[in-house]
Design a protein around this ligand. Structure first.
Ligand SMILES: NC(=O)c1ccc[n+]([C@@H]2O[C@H](COP(=O)([O-])OP(=O)(O)OC[C@H]3O[C@@H](n4cnc5c(N)ncnc54)[C@H](O)[C@@H]3O)[C@@H](O)[C@H]2O)c1
Ligand SMILES: O=P(O)(O)OC[C@H](O)CO
Length: 323
């Protein structure tokens, strides 16, 4: 079985490394921060779960065509990281959830542009702490390459169940866009706007995700799966989510988390992309405005609620409008 190298020793990269090591895979965890926990095996990004001695720690990326490379650095760091390291693995699997602000590209497009290796995306509802503790989790591995079945087999464990998809665009946009809607839901709950309003935001947010994804060439059914609906449900309803917690703080409840919050950047990136594609994304626009400090909560709310009354679904499914 292929060796696995995980680049990015933050919460998610470390959690994947631990889960795969527990399942008997040969794992190397690479990160600029690994020296800080090389002897203690206690990574502050993954509190309470020691990094087993069986996982090799490295500060420099060094992969061969025998290795599967999991890329677990934040989205805005991905292209710079690959430009700098130029690895040549058997397959490069992005684990980042977002859209690159500078270029509007998703993670697999960045891999395809920069590496001579098949690209894939690993995404879906999963908190790092749950994966690291071996709690049951279901994810999607999506690729257009013929490495999909091998990746699914190698990266699945007894508790980490991977479903295979041939729609990386849909899968990565599901993971990126749910973060933006989760910020909106956090704002809603933080500001005391109620559970009914959150349900409305999740549902209309799903319509925005679907419109945008289809406009980008994704299959609508991907958005109904783990990478879309599944991750939206998790992230919009759990205070464990950094995106939801960031939203809570924007809504006036609690401090902003200092950890990686992908939706802040993705909101801005997606609003730019939606304008180019002519896709209507009012909730994302409201989130981007509040993140930028251009809109107050009251302004965002009245902009959303004063939109013309419309039909619920036909517009979202009129894919011909967006192709
Ligand atoms: N934490 C989760 O529960 C979770 C779950 C699923 C997906 N993800 C995704 O995984 C990605 C990483 O998130 P995380 O939670 O591990 O974040 P994190 O902040 O815990 O860790 C990010 C890691 O990337 C490293 N890093 C940052 N910039 C870098 C650069 N320029 N070059 C090299 N390394 C760099 C940091 O040192 C850190 O170790 C995000 O896109 C996130 O959406 C996270
Ligand atoms: O903590 P968040 O908001 O980055 O969410 C983590 C995962 O993406 C949930 O699937």
């Amino acid at each position: 079985m292929s060796k696995i190298t995980v680049a990015g020793a933050g919460a998610f990269g470390s959690a994947l490394a631990v889960a795969l090591d527990m399942a008997g895979r040969e794992v190397t965890l690479v990160g600029r921060n690994v020296d800080a926990f090389r002897s203690s095996r206690d990574n502050p990004r993954l509190k309470g779960v020691p990094i087993p001695e069986s996982i090799t720690l490295a500060t420099e990326l060094n992969v061969t065509r025998d290795d599967i490379l999991l890329l677990a650095v934040p989205m805005q760091a991905l292209s710079g990281y690959l430009e700098q390291t130029r690895p040549t693995p058997k397959a490069a699997v992005a684990c980042s959830k977002g859209v690159d602000l500078a270029s509007g590209r998703g993670p697999t497009a960045i891999i395809d542009d920069l590496l001579d290796a098949p690209s894939a995306i690993l995404t879906g509802p999963s908190f790092a702490a749950d994966i690291a503790r071996g709690l049951p989790t279901a994810l999607v591995i999506a690729t257009r390459s013929d490495t999909g079945a091998d990746l699914q087999e190698t990266l699945s464990t007894d508790t980490l169940r991977l479903y295979l998809s041939d729609d990386p665009i849909g899968a990565e946009l599901g993971g990126a866009l749910k973060n933006v809607i989760a910020i909106a839901c956090g704002i809603c709950i933080g500001a005391g706007l109620g559970e009914s309003a959150r349900a409305a935001l999740m549902t209309r947010g799903m319509a925005e995700m679907l419109r945008m994804a289809v406009a980008m060439g994704a299959k609508p059914e991907t958005l109904a799966g783990l990478a879309g609906f599944g991750d939206l449900a998790l992230t919009c309803t759990s205070a464990q989510s950094r995106n939801f917690s960031f939203g809570l703080s924007l809504g006036g409840k609690g401090p902003a988390p200092t950890a990686t919050t992908e939706g802040r950047h993705t909101a801005r990136a997606i609003v730019k992309l939606a304008e180019t594609k002519g896709v209507d994304m009012p909730i994302a626009k409201m989130v981007a405005g509040m993140v930028e400090g251009d809109l107050t909560l009251q302004q965002a709310l009245s902009l959303l609620l004063s939109r013309p009354l419309t039909k619920e679904w036909p517009y979202a499914y009129r894919t011909d409008l967006h192709r």
